[in-house]
Write a protein that binds this ligand. Structure first.
Ligand SMILES: N[C@@H](CCC(=O)N[C@@H](CS)C(=O)NCC(=O)O)C(=O)O
Length: 297
């Protein structure tokens, strides 16, 4: 029987499983379905990039229920396009012996019903570079060739210290592992805060892939990571530059309109029994704060 293990811990330190499905879909309009949870920061990247590039009519979107049950990610109703109730069905269609975790985001081939890729870092880069012929006119270049070195150099520490860093803090089962993750996280946020004092975005004058990747963690920070994952040296709202930067992105079309705080909070607080056994979902913070003026630009 396949296991639906949640994130694992080794020696007290959180270890993320490698992505199993790494095929790269050949771009074709109407063929693929992007399956996401609006709670998930890795899936959220793909939702934002798909929207910014104008691919909404090219790749359809399916949103799972934010609470995984014992069979994993479930569609609120049988998915009208794929005709399945659980995302795992698309994984097993591709690999009947699959024993890894069934994760979002996943791209499913609507012709075969099989998952093609759950390789989340590749998915967004491919949407930018391989799906260009389907981008809407005037779509932003989120991964411009001349800036790739700089973008990649930032993606790396942001992944380890921030995107995955919050999970390392939250899922640590030893004090040392937690403290190491917490320290690395805030050291990185301090560096980013300083970097953003003199520039609106992380690289150049335009939004790029790395802004999207940082945003999906920042937008969850005060609602979830600060309390639930104990990332609490301070709140995002107490780091003026980073907080204004995050609000600036939030107020940019294609960002804030993809954020679902209800899914985000219910997923984390209800799903991680070891961390929050009561499953109480906190009432705050106020989502309205995200619409405060940011004075950047
Ligand atoms: N596929 C990646 C990243 C995506 C990921 O972790 N997604 C989470 C939601 S945020 C998920 O689907 N978890 C399902 C599970 O652990 O069973 C991984 O395995 O590390």
């Amino acid at each position: 029987m396949p296991q639906f293990a949640t994130e694992t811990s080794t020696g007290g330190a959180f270890v993320r499983q490698p992505n199993r499905f790494t095929e790269r879909p050949t771009p074709e309009s109407g063929r693929y379905r992007l399956v996401v949870s609006l709670a998930c920061p890795w899936a959220h990247r793909a939702v934002i990039v798909r929207g910014l590039l104008g691919l909404a009519d090219v790749i359809s979107l399916a949103v799972v229920d934010p609470i995984r049950d014992e069979k994993g990610w479930r569609f609120p109703e049988t998915d009208p396009v794929l005709g399945i109730d659980y995302l795992s069905e698309a994984y097993f269609a591709a690999a009947p012996d699959y024993e890894g975790r069934v994760t979002v985001p996943a791209i499913v081939d609507t012709q075969t019903g099989k998952v093609v890729t759950n390789d989340y870092p590749r998915i967004t880069l491919d949407l930018s570079t391989e799906w260009r012929e389907f981008h809407s006119p005037g779509a932003p270049d989120l991964y411009p060739e001349q800036s790739r070195g700089e973008i990649d150099a930032l993606i790396e520490p942001i992944f380890h210290n921030v995107n995955n860093g919050v999970y390392k803090a939250g899922f640590a089962t030893s004090q040392e592992a937690y403290e190491a993750a917490h320290a690395a996280l805030f050291a990185e946020l301090d560096r980013l805060d300083a970097r953003l004092e003199n520039s609106r975005y992380l690289v150049g004058d335009h939004i790029t892939e790395v802004d999207v990747r940082l945003f999906t963690t920042l937008v969850r920070f005060d609602a979830v990571y600060h309390g639930h994952f104990k990332c609490n040296r301070n709140k995002l709202a107490e780091m003026p530059t980073l907080w204004a930067y995050a609000r600036d992105l939030y107020q940019t079309p294609g960002f804030g309109d993809t954020v679902d705080f209800d899914h985000i909070k219910r997923h984390y607080y209800v799903t991680h029994d070891q961390i929050n056994p009561t499953r109480i979902v906190p009432a705050g913070p106020l989502a309205d704060l995200w619409n405060l003026p940011h004075d950047r630009g």
